[in-house]
Design a protein around this ligand. Structure first.
Ligand SMILES: CC(=O)CC(=O)C(=O)O
Ligand SMILES: [Mg+2]
Length: 223
């Protein structure tokens, strides 16, 4: 059954957040990662969404919280085993997303062969902008995305530099996970990721379309 809420508020739907990693060669290089031969992807829980006006909270176990600015693709129609040629017909629109990453935890998980959930899936790890209908974006591979911390430019990337295109990613992921209306695919981060501290101000944007701002806070809770 179709959700009753409008897709313009997809972050309230409780749907999947699928994140593609290492989709920009320069970012893979700065992380000293090899380039993928097929899309690498992982999931965040939908409770990871946070909206402007609420802070990004650095988890109590993290000492190196990194920003990753990414284009989000919002799915508008269920997609299962969709060929590339039909993939864009399943897109409702776009959003600007941050894939906030507990980098020290991620390194530890990698070293121990553990999943990345603690590093990538904590509450507030997916700040998200307003919904952008696809009609406003003639070509999602021709967008400039950027991020500043306390007014200083840290990330600037062009979506034309993605290793795997959006139709390819949709086609590939839909052959493994059925994509549903309201799901979002984060398409990977360009270079320039860096650490943020409590009280830092993050501003990010898609040139000519929108900007968003968040403040960083520290989690006080300890189990
Ligand atoms: C190395 C990573 O954390 C992968 C990732 O999320 C990316 O955007 O690239
Ligand atoms: Mg990422």
């Amino acid at each position: 059954m179709a959700p009753s809420k409008p897709i313009t508020r997809f972050w309230e739907w409780g749907k999947n957040i699928i994140c593609v990693g290492r989709n920009y060669a320069e970012h893979a290089k700065e992380m000293k990662n090899t380039l993928p031969t097929e899309p690498l992807f992982f999931l965040k829980p939908s409770s990871a969404y946070v909206r402007e006006g609420s802070p990004i909270v650095r988890p109590y176990y993290c000492h190196k919280l990194h920003h990753e600015v990414e284009l989000g693709v919002v799915i508008g129609k269920r997609a299962q085993e969709v060929p590339q040629a039909a993939a864009m017909g399943h897109v409702a629109g776009y959003a600007l997303c941050l894939d906030m990453t507990a980098r020290d935890t991620q390194e530890e998980c990698k070293a121990k062969g553990l999943p990345w959930t603690l590093a990538k899936g904590f509450s507030t790890s997916c700040p998200v902008s307003d919904f952008i209908p696809k009609e406003k974006v003639p070509d999602p591979h021709q967008l400039k995305i950027w991020l500043k911390v306390n007014g200083e430019l840290r990330q600037e990337g062009h979506t034309s530099a993605m290793i795997f295109s959006i139709p390819y990613v949709i086609s590939y992921v839909s052959g493994i996970i059925a994509l549903e209306e309201g799901d979002v695919i984060l398409t990977g981060s360009p270079q320039g990721v860096s650490a943020v501290q409590e009280k830092d101000e993050i501003e990010a944007g898609i040139e000519g379309l929108l900007t968003m701002r968040f403040q960083v806070a520290q989690q006080k809770y300890r189990p």
